[in-house]
Unconditional design. Sequence first.
Length: 113
Amino acid sequence: MTETLGFCEEPKEVLSSLLTSKENNSMIGITSPRLDPPTLVTVVKEIILDNELLFLLAPFDATGHMINCTALKFSEIESVLPFTSKFVNPFMKEIEGKGAWQRQLYVSLFPTD
């Protein structure tokens, strides 16, 4: 475990943090060579058990930037940094005070659970 930032590298801790992100809709920092940038903050949306655990991430990070890879195998995740704060959709936050049609359009394009 990297003590300076609190990143978890132990597989058991990584898995626990990813499950918590999914269950609580909480933000999580994820480091993987498949991501660009290699570390970003997002939320786990779905977990699929196939030959290996597959984690589906939100299509954007906490700043609203689109993520280049939204499906990561457990073996591709090097470390995580769990947060307790809820993941807030940055696009919904941006249009909160705007007209209802914009909100409805966004929800129709990107439905939530």
